[in-house]
Design a protein around this ligand. Sequence first.
Ligand code: AMP
Length: 220
Amino acid sequence: MRNSVGAGRVVVLLGPPGVGKGTQGVRLAREGDWDHLSTGDLLRTALERGTALGKEARSYMEAGELVPDGVIVGLVGETLATSAPGRSVVLDGFPRTVAQAEALDDTLAKAGRAVDRVCLLEAPEEVIVKRISGRRSSPGGRVYNVHFDPPVREGFCDDTGEPLIHRADDRPETVRKRLAVYRRDTVPLVGLYEERGVLRRVNGQGGIHDVYAALRTAAA
Ligand code: AMP
């Protein structure tokens, strides 16, 4: 089912951890004035605030495992329910399993919406491991990379001046685990969305601006 007249677009960013979904998703949302829904960001906020959700998610996240589907589906359902149907939304890091994709279809269908486009960002695993090892995050959500996109002042956010964080789940052994989980649980979504004709592949290996240009075309 296509989205009803007046409904905003629903674009899913799919791809392995570290391929650039966060950076690109934030920009796509900012430049298009779209909503941006990142389950990883929502979980990290819950974790920092020490909420029940954060406590439940912590051990899975630190081990590089997926948080159980039921938890994620509840979280996304609440967030999507508060998003105006007329606004476009970019989903970053969700869905990550077939069960999550089915739950997303149900939630959207209730609002007369559907997934319009799935942009699959692709890059070889060596590139990903290097990228993730250099990744530093600002508490405000902005992500830098010491190799490719460093802040002006080393270790501090350009926007807020806050010290940058090296996420616990960005350690090399956890990254390898996260890549294995991606292959096992998330790659099946590629075929599923390809069959529906909504999947577009985007080369995630170029510079940030080239990848963004390709993504913007793919998302349109
Ligand atoms: P991300 O920042 O998207 O890489 O997410 C960081 C971590 O949060 C993942 O490694 C998972 O432990 C958890 N997470 C984020 N999104 C999901 C999701 N859709 N399903 C299950 N776990 C998730």
